[in-house]
Design a protein around this ligand. Structure first.
Ligand code: SF4
Length: 362
């Protein structure tokens, strides 16, 4: 039986066409499943009963079992979803005033080995299939529907794994998530975050998602220490890509900069960052580091964060301080996958009262 959530509309049309049936049935299925949110073939009443029965034997609409659900003090929820081969994928639901963002994973573990990231410590287990990527979205949607909560409006590919290292499956998942007969998510509702694998970004940015690049340092020495992939995809290569990126104000690249105490949080670092990004159409997200007993770094004091922020504002950048959600449940940026290391969320993680991101536009 094939997993429905891994099929693009065109592949579904081909499969249904191969049965000798009308191709428009594929669009009807897409509408039922993604648009109407109905996962029961028996209820798809505009499709003949005999065909519904064929579809129910051909395609699986099973969501992923939820092994664990942890609610943060800040309102976000981390779900541990179980794959068919018994791996665990963690997704984080983050409600805000006017939207609900879902952070999805693209791999089990990760081979990028960023030193500040728990997922990087796990190592690489395997890529997630397109069905598993879309399945996270549908499972979270079902979870929210049953809980009577608002549905997901935005998706960020910032969970476990590097999306560009699983580019084919991510591209297929994007096609499915954006299909107008289905969830119809516009490019502004989807953010792809990458350590800067620019070859993949060049391919996928054509798919029109918002691009976020995890930069974290403005000099190669510091960045290579934090992110070994920098030896292959250096800051210079990333800047070449960023300068050539044809985005509008809305699609300009976001640079993520995790502020780590004593490593990249000085005023000199802020100046280097400002010099590097001058002339590049971009937005900067400053993310105070989320400590974990599995990584060696510390979070800067709030005053240091504010000083860094203020410097960039004075250099006329659009800067947001983004305190990650779900730190108390191991659901924050760089914390996913603790279960693979045998651990629980760090009880010493800082309190996470909802922090309003202070956005300053130049
Ligand atoms: S930060 Fe992202 S790319 Fe780096 S190790 Fe963690 S999951 Fe992988």
């Amino acid at each position: 039986m094939e997993e429905f959530f891994g099929l693009t509309l065109s592949r579904l049309e081909a499969q249904i066409g191969a049965l000798g049936k009308e191709k428009y049935r594929a669009r009807q299925l897409f509408r039922w499943v993604y648009n109407q949110g109905n996962l029961d073939f028996r209820e798809m009443t505009n499709i003949p009963k005999s065909l519904r029965s064929v579809f129910s034997e051909m395609f699986s609409l099973d969501t992923m079992p939820i092994a664990e659900e942890r609610s943060s003090r800040d309102g976000s929820t981390k779900l541990a979803l179980v794959t068919r081969d018994a791996h665990v994928i963690e997704v984080v639901i983050m409600p805000e005033k006017s939207r609900v963002t879902l952070c999805v994973s693209t791999q089990i573990g990760c081979r990028m080995g960023c030193r500040f990231c728990v997922t990087g410590k796990i190592g690489f287990k395997r890529n997630l299939s397109a069905a598993e990527i879309v399945g996270q979205v549908i499972t979270a949607r079902e979870y929210l529907r049953k809980a009577g909560k608002s549905p997901v409006t935005n998706i960020v590919f910032m969970g476990m794994g590097e999306p560009m290292d699983n580019i084919d499956n991510v591209a297929t998942a994007l096609d499915i998530l954006k299909d107008q007969s289905g969830l119809d998510l516009s490019y502004r509702k989807i953010t792809l975050s990458s350590v800067g694998l620019v070859d993949g970004l060049k391919t996928l940015s054509a798919k029109s998602a918002v691009i976020a690049i995890s930069l974290n340092a403005a000099d190669d020495e510091t960045r290579s220490m934090l992110m070994p992939i920098n030896r292959l995809y250096s800051i210079g290569r990333i800047m070449d890509f960023a300068r050539g990126f044809k985005g509008t104000k809305r699609t300009r690249i976001t640079f993520e900069y995790i502020l780590i105490k004593g490593v990249n949080d000085s005023l000199d670092d802020a100046k280097r960052l400002a010099d590097l990004l001058t002339g590049v159409k971009c937005k900067i997200n400053l993310i105070p580091y989320n400590p974990s007993s599995y990584t060696e770094f510390e979070r800067p004091e709030r005053g240091e964060v504010d000083r860094f922020h203020q410097y960039l504002i004075e250099r006329y950048f659009t800067v947001i301080i983004r305190d990650s959600r779900g730190q108390d449940v191991g659901g924050a940026c760089g914390q996913l996958g603790m279960g693979y290391l045998g651990g629980a969320p760090d009880p010493a993680a800082p309190d996470t009262k909802e922090t309003t991101a202070s956005e300053v536009t130049s």
